[in-house]
Design a protein around this ligand. Structure first.
Ligand code: BGC
Length: 900
């Protein structure tokens, strides 16, 4: 009777909650279905793309339950009206009878320099028709023969420190309809027209292996040109192309190294239909200017006395400017930069400023970040101001770089690490912000060779990173957990600069291992596909004929000898596979298929037993070190499994059979060597030894639960604390929460004492660190993404939002939430390709209310955790469900009540 009464009360409470949740509709909720998020190559209205078969995506936004498109009609044409009106004879039309959200263009070749329009019309299951707005994109240069200009530079000398400036004046005598600037640079550039900087990108073009592929950027400059005289100005920076700073990875010896160069076509279409292309060539002039030194790795030095006001504006006196140097093209492979660019995304004020002398100030921005600072000061001409950027302070309050300058090998003191040098012109108030560098920092020490008066507002920080859209949110009743998620995002973004890096200060290297560990974390919270597609093209450029990849990508040559085993360079398989899971788009997997196969074949050839000890192992562990062979073989196995699945997907049947057999061989060899069926232990039973085989699927099914239980016992024996490094961190929380040990996983995730993520947070971290020990003597970057899997685990292990490889792109969502003890409220949201997915729960002493939102065109398979087995589960219609069975749900909002 008592139980029945309790259950009755719970139901009333549940219905009240349900009523309340209906009252408080989310702002992003829509009542009428509509088509949104129209993208071409995953960008909104991109300009200057060059893929012959672009992809188009859309979202059907609707709150109606079970809403799905039954079919779609896609139209594309250079005439927007024709698209909108659905006229006959359109350039391309395609229809599909499915709830797809992605279509690939398969028509006749698209033309260079042409704008195309497209629209999608969807017919819903109930017969309603919904039409999208008309979206557009523009093709750029499609091949090298589309270019007309010449590659130009200023001098040959790679050691010349000052940045080159280039200018040319042109006359416009007819009315302009449209104008586009196409610019490719070996190094970095900033473009200005008539005194105005073009665009808001920073550090363009993104870093590639310059001798194999260089990216060009397209701008609409129609409104920047005027009738009469116009001036074009370009400043070139070294970037990774002409690396003058010296560090252990030998970028200064990169085979491509040369003085920066660029090629630009300014293509003007006049109202009368004629086209004129202004190009780079011998008629440009060059001179150096105020950027007297620039290094992507260390800093920038700026002498404002050398400014030449007006050099990017017309009617400038060019006296003293020299003819440019014609250069050979650094490569013939010039591709469009099709990605979210690096921007200065947020300007941040100092939270504290301490004046230590009239020549010494220390600023604290309250958070660690990647980017630059902008100093505004006034003082005597020739005053030298130094801005030293770092992540920590000495006890006396000065900035301490000792944790991040360890791999720097300066040859003299003219290039101090993370230290900009600004020489004042003396012309009133002046501002300096570097153009061709970024740093990692929270603190900045500003010192000068004579007194300058600065205030807290004199220095602003600019958080810079690849400006990828937000695609996820986590909120919970545990503030430490929320801060861990925020710090994970801050570290992820601080390490996204057109390629994923390890840290923004000490290295800025595209460390492969760090990136595949963090790929899910990135994809749950950010729409980062464009960055990964670009970076996997970098992988293809770097792969040796024998299949080997370097440990850092791109590289100037370093990394083929060290650190490039499968535990790191499995990026080649793991990243395309995750892109497929998250976006439901097989393009990257297809593009990388042969590369994955060559990579796997190399390991197979070199390690015929199926076991490989090639790799670095469980990097920066808490204390115990697991065998490298165990972890590397697990990654090798993961690659072969991905390859066999890709083979199946792409219809390569012989390959599928071959790699399935290879996977079986590796798994058997692995278990024969490392698994003891009697004790159910892998190796000596260390946390990494137990969790890595579980996570990567090497454990025989019949032993999985026993191994997971053994892992749980091990964690308890280790004092309920982590004992893992990089590779173990990827696996452990998932291995526990996927096997009924979510309470323990949550305990590890939310723990606030050493060693844990929470330990960093309670000690003031705003980013993730490289070392569990915050007092470590080495390996202590304070903005590292390598321990970042926790970000993804919050979505997976608590929210339970998981992609389904059978219906990827969240067409089917595997909903597998956990409700660990100690956490009262939790909410995870992810914007998948089909819309926002929400999984949230709230605990009361009567039970748990669990609410999910499944977007239109999707469905979900809900599996409640074993911890609620035997409990009463009620859906919104008051139906009793069986907690242990998979529950199929369609699109819409669903609420369940689990009573205790
Ligand atoms: C990097 C790491 C990287 C490691 C490889 C370090 O210097 O910062 O994040 O994965 O080297 O050994």
């Amino acid at each position: 009777m008592k139980t029945q009464l309790l259950f009755f009360c719970s139901c009333i409470e549940f219905l009240l909650c349900l009523f309340a949740s209906r009252l408080y509709a989310q702002p992003d909720q829509v009542t009428e279905p509509r088509l949104t998020g129209l993208k071409t190559e995953y960008l909104s209205s991109p300009m200057g793309i060059d893929h012959p078969h672009p992809r188009f995506t859309w979202r059907l936004e609707s709150l109606g339950s079970g809403d799905a498109q039954a079919s779609y009609l896609f139209r594309l044409d250079p005439d927007s009206l024709a698209v909108d009106e659905g006229r006959k004879g359109l350039r391309f039309e395609a229809t599909g009878r499915d709830p797809n959200h992605l279509i690939t263009y398969t028509g006749e070749p698209l033309q260079a320099f042409t704008r195309y329009y497209w629209q999608v019309q969807v017919t819903m299951g109930d017969g309603r028709t919904i039409t999208s707005d008309v979206a557009s994109f523009e093709m750029g240069m499609l091949q090298v023969s589309d270019w007309k200009g010449a590659w130009i530079s200023d001098v040959q000398d790679v050691n010349l420190r000052a940045a080159g400036q280039f200018r040319k004046e042109i006359r416009v005598s007819k009315k302009i309809r449209s104008a586009r600037a196409y610019i490719a640079a070996a190094g970095l550039y900033e473009l200005a027209i008539n005194g105005h900087r073009i665009g808001d990108h920073r550090l363009d073009p993104m870093y590639t292996r310059f001798d194999r592929r260089i990216l060009y950027v397209t701008y609409d400059v129609t409104t920047h040109l005027k009738a009469g005289n116009n001036a074009l100005g370009v400043m070139l920076g070294n970037g990774w192309y002409n690396h003058q700073s010296t560090a252990v990875w030998n970028f200064h010896q990169a085979p491509w190294r040369a003085r920066p160069a660029f090629c630009m076509d300014l293509r003007i279409t006049y109202e009368d239909g004629t086209v004129e292309t202004i190009t780079t060539g011998k008629d440009w002039k060059t001179a150096t200017g105020p950027v007297v030194f620039n290094s992507i790795y260390t800093a920038e030095h700026y002498d404002a006395r050398l400014e030449q006001p007006g050099w990017t504006a017309p009617d400038f006196d060019e006296t003293g400017w020299k003819p440019v140097l014609l250069r050979s093209a650094p490569t013939s492979n010039i591709r469009a930069q099709v990605l979210h660019p690096v921007r200065s995304v947020r300007e941040i004020d100092a939270v504290r400023m301490q004046q230590m002398a009239d020549t010494l100030y220390v600023y604290d921005f309250g958070q660690n970040m990647s980017g630059v600072t902008a100093l505004t000061a006034r003082g005597e001409a020739g005053t030298v101001i130094r801005l030293r950027h770092g992540e920590q302070l000495y006890p006396d309050g000065r900035v301490d770089l000792s944790n991040i300058d360890v791999h720097y090998r300066p040859v003299d003191d003219s290039d101090p690490f993370q230290t900009d040098v600004f020489v004042l012109s003396g012309r009133g108030e002046e501002t300096f912000m570097p153009r061709f560098n970024y740093k990692g920092f929270q603190y900045v020490e500003v010192s000068s060779d004579r007194p300058v008066h600065l205030t807290a507002a004199s220095l602003k920080a600019h958080f810079m990173h690849s400006h990828v859209p937000i695609a996820g949110r986590i909120r919970s009743s545990n503030p430490t957990l929320d801060k861990i998620w925020q710090a994970t995002n801050q570290a992820y973004l601080s390490n996204l600069f057109g390629y994923p890096t390890d840290c923004p200060q000490r290295e800025k290297n595209g460390w492969t291992g760090d990136a595949h560990i963090a790929v899910e974390t990135g994809l749950y919270s950010f729409d980062a596909i464009t960055i990964y597609e670009k970076w996997l093209a970098d992988h293809r450029d770097e792969q040796q004929p024998n299949g080997v990849l370097p440990s850092i990508i791109p590289t100037g040559g370093w990394g083929y000898e060290w650190g490039n085993g499968p535990d790191w360079t499995s990026t080649i398989a793991i990243i395309p596979w995750n892109i497929y899971l998250f976006y439901g788009d097989p393009r990257l997997l297809e593009d990388c298929y042969d590369n994955i196969r060559r990579y796997v074949d190399y390991i197979d050839h070199r390690y015929p037993s199926g076991l490989t000890s090639w790799g670095l192992g469980d990097w920066v562990p808490v204390k115990s070190k697991s065998p490298v062979e165990l972890t590397s073989t697990a990654y090798y196995y993961a690659d072969v499994v991905i390859l066999s699945k890709a083979a199946r997907l792409l219809g390569r049947n012989a390959d599928q059979r071959r790699y399935e057999a290879l996977a079986t061989k590796i798994r058997e060899a692995f278990n024969a060597k490392y698994f003891d069926p009697a004790s159910k232990l892998y190796g000596t039973g260390l946390q990494t030894e137990m969790s890595v085989p579980l996570y990567w699927g090497l454990v025989p099914d019949e032993h999985r639960q026993a191994v997971a239980d053994g892992l749980s016992r091990r964690v308890q024996a280790d004092g309920l604390q982590l004992d893992v490094g990089l590779l173990g961190t990827k696996a452990i929380l998932n291995a526990l929460s996927d096997h009924g040990h979510a309470d323990l996983a949550y305990h590890l995730a939310a723990r606030e004492t050493y060693p844990s993520w929470g330990w960093w947070i309670v000690n003031g971290a705003t980013t993730l660190y490289e070392n569990w020990d915050i007092h470590a003597q080495s390996d202590l970057s304070r903005n590292h993404i390598m321990f970042g899997e926790i970000g993804a685990w919050l979505y997976k292990g608590l929210g339970g939002i998981k992609p389904d490889e059978v219906a990827p792109g969240f067409e089917n969502i595997r909903l597998e939430p956990n409700f660990p003890q100690g956490l009262e409220v939790f909410e995870a949201e992810h914007l998948g390709p089909r819309g926002w997915i929400r999984s949230s729960w709230q605990r009361s002493d009567r039970g748990i209310q669990y609410t999910v939102v499944v977007p239109a065109n999707s469905g979900a398979t809900l599996r409640l955790p074993a911890s609620v087995a035997g409990k009463q589960v009620l859906d919104a219609g008051g139906r009793l469900l069986v907690a242990s069975e998979a529950i199929r749900i369609g699109s819409g909002t669903h609420t369940f009540f689990i009573s205790f």
